[in-house]
Design a protein. Sequence first.
Length: 312
Amino acid sequence: MTSTLPARPASGTTARRLEWQFLPPHIRALVEEHCGSPVVRADSQGGGFAPGFASVLTCEDGTQHFVKAASVKAQRMFALSYREEARKLGILQELVPAPRLLWSHDDDWVVLGFEYVDAHLPARPWQRPDLDRLLDALEAVADVEAPADLALDLIEEDLADLPAYWDVIRERHPSLAHADEAADLAAGFAEALRGGAVQHTDIRDDNTLLGPDGALWICDWNWPVLGAPWFDTLSALIGPRGDGLDVEAVLASRRLTRDVPPAHVDSALALLAGHFLKSADDPVPSNSPHMRASQAWQGAAVWSWLSERRNW
């Protein structure tokens, strides 16, 4: 493990997704009933690493819809995450910049039907204007007062298992310099990240959609939590840091991060580095072949950033 970043996976690389023609007939019929017209075209969407169905559907009447689906039996982990997304986004969507969830189905399959938005992923490498649009949106999300019935987990509970990832890293990479110091930083994450702001926790370029006239949508609201209002902003800078942007200048310029104690930033970066570096070493899922390469790239980006901040 070095400070040199591995090759970044191509933008839009994704899991081996289910295709429309391979969905069970009763699920295709259900989707067409909700869409109000027969599906004549299905364009599987790139980006992300969940192997469930995720396609823009064009119907005979010319309307377009974005639909996600996963089998509760065959893809249980992903079906449960879609179930969580339906519950949470159903409450949050009036408050956050997300494509509207129009309908959902939860039985042997979990199926979510969203409004179609005319948008595209941010260009890579990241450009500062696109990044600023995302950070503006994240600041607006952090200002949202979480509805009481949302019942979000606290970030210190949701991420409680991650500090122990450094034990695995030290076992797998015994020669990694400063791993003990990083582990100590990660162990203090709860104090650094505790808070009451809504945080998405999975901010990346492939969860960001840019539309015309400054429109922006954040997708995949499966795992929001309550935490420090700046965590999503910091997480959003991992990709730009790896792409070569001066993210320290960004931290100093944004209202959510400019006054955060440096030790708190370092604690969060150590936690994220441990998550990505440990996960990158895990077996590659057959249905998501690019996941580990993406985690390795993100882990190297965070580790390089943390090492620079700590003068390691």
